[in-house]
Design a binder for this molecule. Structure first.
Ligand code: NDP
Length: 234
Protein backbone atom coordinates (compact mmCIF):
# COMPACT_ATOMS: atom_id res chain seq x y z
CA UNK A 1 0.00 0.00 0.00
CA UNK A 2 1.38 3.42 -0.93
CA UNK A 3 0.52 6.14 1.56
CA UNK A 4 1.09 9.88 1.46
CA UNK A 5 3.79 10.53 4.07
CA UNK A 6 5.12 13.87 5.33
CA UNK A 7 8.25 14.20 7.46
CA UNK A 8 9.17 17.61 8.87
CA UNK A 9 12.88 18.44 8.91
CA UNK A 10 13.61 15.65 6.46
CA UNK A 11 16.66 17.06 4.70
CA UNK A 12 19.22 15.59 7.10
CA UNK A 13 19.78 13.49 10.20
CA UNK A 14 16.96 11.40 11.60
CA UNK A 15 14.31 12.99 9.37
CA UNK A 16 16.20 12.09 6.17
CA UNK A 17 16.60 8.49 7.35
CA UNK A 18 12.88 8.27 8.13
CA UNK A 19 11.95 9.68 4.70
CA UNK A 20 14.29 7.23 2.94
CA UNK A 21 12.84 4.30 4.90
CA UNK A 22 9.32 5.20 3.77
CA UNK A 23 10.49 5.53 0.15
CA UNK A 24 12.02 2.05 0.41
CA UNK A 25 8.66 0.80 1.68
CA UNK A 26 6.97 2.10 -1.48
CA UNK A 27 5.23 5.14 -0.01
CA UNK A 28 4.85 8.61 -1.55
CA UNK A 29 7.09 10.73 0.63
CA UNK A 30 7.45 14.47 1.14
CA UNK A 31 9.78 16.30 3.48
CA UNK A 32 9.92 19.86 4.66
CA UNK A 33 13.32 21.51 4.51
CA UNK A 34 14.84 24.91 5.13
CA UNK A 35 18.40 24.20 4.01
CA UNK A 36 20.24 21.56 1.98
CA UNK A 37 18.34 19.21 -0.31
CA UNK A 38 15.67 16.56 0.25
CA UNK A 39 16.81 12.93 0.00
CA UNK A 40 16.55 11.16 -3.36
CA UNK A 41 13.07 10.13 -4.47
CA UNK A 42 11.41 12.50 -2.02
CA UNK A 43 9.25 15.57 -2.74
CA UNK A 44 10.73 18.57 -0.94
CA UNK A 45 8.77 21.58 0.27
CA UNK A 46 10.42 24.57 1.85
CA UNK A 47 8.98 25.23 5.28
CA UNK A 48 9.82 26.78 8.61
CA UNK A 49 7.81 25.06 11.35
CA UNK A 50 7.84 28.20 13.49
CA UNK A 51 5.65 29.90 10.88
CA UNK A 52 2.01 28.73 10.71
CA UNK A 53 1.43 30.08 7.18
CA UNK A 54 4.58 28.32 5.97
CA UNK A 55 3.43 24.99 7.46
CA UNK A 56 -0.06 25.35 5.96
CA UNK A 57 1.37 26.23 2.53
CA UNK A 58 3.73 23.24 2.68
CA UNK A 59 0.89 20.86 3.52
CA UNK A 60 -1.21 22.33 0.66
CA UNK A 61 1.69 21.66 -1.74
CA UNK A 62 2.07 18.11 -0.47
CA UNK A 63 -1.68 17.52 -0.86
CA UNK A 64 -1.54 18.66 -4.51
CA UNK A 65 1.56 16.58 -5.24
CA UNK A 66 0.74 13.25 -3.57
CA UNK A 67 -2.68 13.50 -1.95
CA UNK A 68 -3.75 14.32 1.63
CA UNK A 69 -1.16 13.42 4.26
CA UNK A 70 -1.95 10.02 5.79
CA UNK A 71 1.23 9.61 7.81
CA UNK A 72 2.78 12.61 9.58
CA UNK A 73 6.17 12.43 11.26
CA UNK A 74 6.81 15.61 13.27
CA UNK A 75 10.58 15.43 13.47
CA UNK A 76 11.96 18.97 13.05
CA UNK A 77 13.71 20.04 16.21
CA UNK A 78 16.47 22.13 17.71
CA UNK A 79 18.52 22.24 20.89
CA UNK A 80 19.86 25.47 22.44
CA UNK A 81 21.59 24.19 25.55
CA UNK A 82 22.52 26.55 28.39
CA UNK A 83 22.27 26.48 32.15
CA UNK A 84 18.92 27.88 33.27
CA UNK A 85 20.51 30.69 35.28
CA UNK A 86 22.14 32.05 32.14
CA UNK A 87 19.47 31.13 29.65
CA UNK A 88 17.73 34.02 27.91
CA UNK A 89 13.95 33.78 27.82
CA UNK A 90 14.17 33.84 24.02
CA UNK A 91 16.38 30.72 23.98
CA UNK A 92 13.70 28.94 25.97
CA UNK A 93 10.89 30.22 23.77
CA UNK A 94 12.68 29.37 20.51
CA UNK A 95 13.05 25.72 21.47
CA UNK A 96 9.40 25.48 22.56
CA UNK A 97 8.32 27.24 19.36
CA UNK A 98 10.19 24.77 17.14
CA UNK A 99 9.92 21.46 18.99
CA UNK A 100 6.48 21.75 20.59
CA UNK A 101 4.61 24.38 18.58
CA UNK A 102 6.22 23.21 15.31
CA UNK A 103 4.73 19.77 15.96
CA UNK A 104 1.38 21.31 16.91
CA UNK A 105 1.33 23.35 13.67
CA UNK A 106 2.17 20.28 11.58
CA UNK A 107 -0.56 18.19 13.23
CA UNK A 108 -3.09 21.03 12.87
CA UNK A 109 -2.34 21.33 9.16
CA UNK A 110 -2.91 17.63 8.40
CA UNK A 111 -5.48 16.47 10.92
CA UNK A 112 -8.66 17.59 9.13
CA UNK A 113 -7.74 15.45 6.12
CA UNK A 114 -7.04 12.48 8.41
CA UNK A 115 -10.38 12.90 10.18
CA UNK A 116 -12.15 13.01 6.79
CA UNK A 117 -10.29 9.88 5.69
CA UNK A 118 -11.03 8.19 9.01
CA UNK A 119 -7.45 6.91 9.05
CA UNK A 120 -4.13 8.39 9.99
CA UNK A 121 -0.80 7.92 11.67
CA UNK A 122 0.85 10.69 13.65
CA UNK A 123 4.32 10.08 15.04
CA UNK A 124 6.05 12.72 17.14
CA UNK A 125 9.81 12.59 17.67
CA UNK A 126 10.52 13.05 21.38
CA UNK A 127 13.69 12.39 23.36
CA UNK A 128 14.91 10.46 26.40
CA UNK A 129 15.73 13.92 27.77
CA UNK A 130 12.00 14.41 28.29
CA UNK A 131 12.16 11.94 31.18
CA UNK A 132 15.64 12.35 32.63
CA UNK A 133 16.00 16.07 32.23
CA UNK A 134 19.58 17.24 32.53
CA UNK A 135 21.71 20.24 33.34
CA UNK A 136 21.53 22.74 30.48
CA UNK A 137 18.42 21.35 28.80
CA UNK A 138 15.45 22.89 30.64
CA UNK A 139 14.12 24.28 27.35
CA UNK A 140 14.67 21.10 25.33
CA UNK A 141 13.37 18.73 28.04
CA UNK A 142 10.28 20.90 28.54
CA UNK A 143 9.54 20.91 24.82
CA UNK A 144 9.98 17.15 24.47
CA UNK A 145 8.02 16.18 27.59
CA UNK A 146 5.14 18.36 26.37
CA UNK A 147 4.96 16.16 23.27
CA UNK A 148 3.90 13.28 25.53
CA UNK A 149 0.84 15.17 26.77
CA UNK A 150 0.11 16.30 23.23
CA UNK A 151 0.30 12.77 21.82
CA UNK A 152 -1.70 11.15 24.58
CA UNK A 153 -4.49 13.75 24.47
CA UNK A 154 -4.64 13.59 20.68
CA UNK A 155 -4.80 9.80 20.97
CA UNK A 156 -8.06 10.20 22.93
CA UNK A 157 -9.51 12.80 20.56
CA UNK A 158 -8.58 11.05 17.32
CA UNK A 159 -8.82 7.39 18.29
CA UNK A 160 -12.49 7.09 17.29
CA UNK A 161 -11.44 8.13 13.76
CA UNK A 162 -8.80 5.37 13.55
CA UNK A 163 -5.97 7.87 13.84
CA UNK A 164 -3.14 6.75 16.08
CA UNK A 165 -0.74 9.16 17.78
CA UNK A 166 2.54 7.95 19.22
CA UNK A 167 5.92 9.26 20.32
CA UNK A 168 9.20 7.70 19.26
CA UNK A 169 11.87 8.86 21.65
CA UNK A 170 15.48 8.50 20.60
CA UNK A 171 18.47 8.36 22.90
CA UNK A 172 21.85 9.45 21.60
CA UNK A 173 21.79 9.24 17.78
CA UNK A 174 24.73 10.08 15.50
CA UNK A 175 23.64 13.30 13.73
CA UNK A 176 24.73 16.93 13.50
CA UNK A 177 22.62 17.66 16.58
CA UNK A 178 25.10 15.91 18.86
CA UNK A 179 28.26 16.96 16.98
CA UNK A 180 29.16 19.63 19.52
CA UNK A 181 28.65 17.33 22.52
CA UNK A 182 31.75 16.93 24.69
CA UNK A 183 33.49 13.54 24.93
CA UNK A 184 32.72 13.60 28.67
CA UNK A 185 28.98 14.04 28.12
CA UNK A 186 28.97 11.26 25.52
CA UNK A 187 30.75 8.93 27.93
CA UNK A 188 28.23 9.81 30.63
CA UNK A 189 25.30 8.89 28.38
CA UNK A 190 26.94 5.66 27.19
CA UNK A 191 27.67 4.67 30.80
CA UNK A 192 23.90 4.83 31.33
CA UNK A 193 23.09 2.96 28.11
CA UNK A 194 22.87 -0.84 28.35
CA UNK A 195 23.81 -1.28 24.66
CA UNK A 196 26.94 0.90 25.16
CA UNK A 197 26.82 2.63 21.80
CA UNK A 198 25.31 5.58 19.98
CA UNK A 199 22.32 4.77 17.74
CA UNK A 200 21.87 5.41 14.04
CA UNK A 201 19.18 7.49 12.33
CA UNK A 202 18.12 4.32 10.49
CA UNK A 203 17.34 2.62 13.81
CA UNK A 204 14.94 5.45 14.67
CA UNK A 205 13.41 5.16 11.20
CA UNK A 206 12.67 1.47 11.76
CA UNK A 207 10.51 2.25 14.81
CA UNK A 208 8.73 5.10 13.03
CA UNK A 209 7.90 2.92 10.04
CA UNK A 210 6.60 0.18 12.32
CA UNK A 211 4.18 2.59 14.02
CA UNK A 212 2.97 3.83 10.63
CA UNK A 213 2.20 0.31 9.47
CA UNK A 214 -1.39 -0.85 9.07
CA UNK A 215 -0.57 -3.68 11.48
CA UNK A 216 0.27 -1.17 14.23
CA UNK A 217 -3.32 0.07 14.25
CA UNK A 218 -3.93 -0.95 17.88
CA UNK A 219 -0.99 1.07 19.22
CA UNK A 220 -1.78 4.63 20.28
CA UNK A 221 -0.60 6.98 23.00
CA UNK A 222 2.57 4.90 23.25
CA UNK A 223 6.11 6.05 23.92
CA UNK A 224 8.54 3.95 21.93
CA UNK A 225 12.20 4.26 22.93
CA UNK A 226 15.06 3.89 20.43
CA UNK A 227 17.78 4.51 22.94
CA UNK A 228 19.87 1.42 23.54
CA UNK A 229 17.97 1.09 26.82
CA UNK A 230 18.89 4.58 28.03
CA UNK A 231 15.94 6.17 29.86
CA UNK A 232 13.86 3.00 29.67
CA UNK A 233 10.63 2.54 31.58
CA UNK A 234 8.01 5.03 30.44
P1 NDP B 1 19.55 17.60 13.10
O1 NDP B 1 20.02 18.83 13.77
O2 NDP B 1 20.48 16.77 12.30
O3 NDP B 1 18.27 17.94 12.14
C1 NDP B 1 17.24 18.75 12.61
C2 NDP B 1 16.21 18.89 11.51
O4 NDP B 1 15.17 19.77 11.97
C3 NDP B 1 16.80 19.53 10.25
O5 NDP B 1 16.19 18.98 9.12
C4 NDP B 1 16.39 20.99 10.42
O6 NDP B 1 16.30 21.70 9.22
C5 NDP B 1 15.01 20.81 11.03
N1 NDP B 1 14.55 22.05 11.64
C6 NDP B 1 15.04 22.68 12.74
N2 NDP B 1 14.36 23.80 12.97
C7 NDP B 1 13.42 23.91 11.99
C8 NDP B 1 12.43 24.85 11.67
N3 NDP B 1 12.24 25.97 12.39
N4 NDP B 1 11.65 24.63 10.59
C9 NDP B 1 11.82 23.52 9.84
N5 NDP B 1 12.76 22.59 10.08
C10 NDP B 1 13.54 22.79 11.14
O7 NDP B 1 18.88 16.76 14.26
P2 NDP B 1 18.44 15.23 14.39
O8 NDP B 1 18.21 14.63 13.07
O9 NDP B 1 19.36 14.60 15.34
O10 NDP B 1 17.06 15.46 15.15
C11 NDP B 1 15.80 15.13 14.61
C12 NDP B 1 14.82 15.05 15.77
O11 NDP B 1 15.25 14.03 16.68
C13 NDP B 1 14.72 16.34 16.58
O12 NDP B 1 13.38 16.55 16.97
C14 NDP B 1 15.58 16.04 17.79
O13 NDP B 1 15.21 16.78 18.91
C15 NDP B 1 15.30 14.55 17.99
N6 NDP B 1 16.30 13.85 18.77
C16 NDP B 1 17.62 13.73 18.35
C17 NDP B 1 18.54 13.05 19.12
C18 NDP B 1 19.97 12.87 18.73
O14 NDP B 1 20.76 12.36 19.55
N7 NDP B 1 20.38 13.22 17.54
C19 NDP B 1 18.15 12.46 20.41
C20 NDP B 1 16.77 12.65 20.75
C21 NDP B 1 15.90 13.31 19.96
P3 NDP B 1 17.54 22.61 8.69
O15 NDP B 1 18.53 21.65 8.10
O16 NDP B 1 16.93 23.49 7.69
O17 NDP B 1 18.07 23.33 9.89
Amino acid sequence: MSRSVLVTGGNRGIGAAIATAFVEGGDKVAVTYRSGEPPEGVFGVRCDVTDTASVEAAVDEVRSQQGPVEVLVANAGIARDALFLGMAEQEFADVIDTNLMGSVRAVKAVVTDMVRARWGRIILVGSTTAFWGGAGVTNYASSKSALVGLARSLAWELGPRKITVNVVYPGLIETEMISSMSAKSREHVLANTPLKRVGTPQEVATAVRFLADDGAGYITGALVPVSGGNGMGH
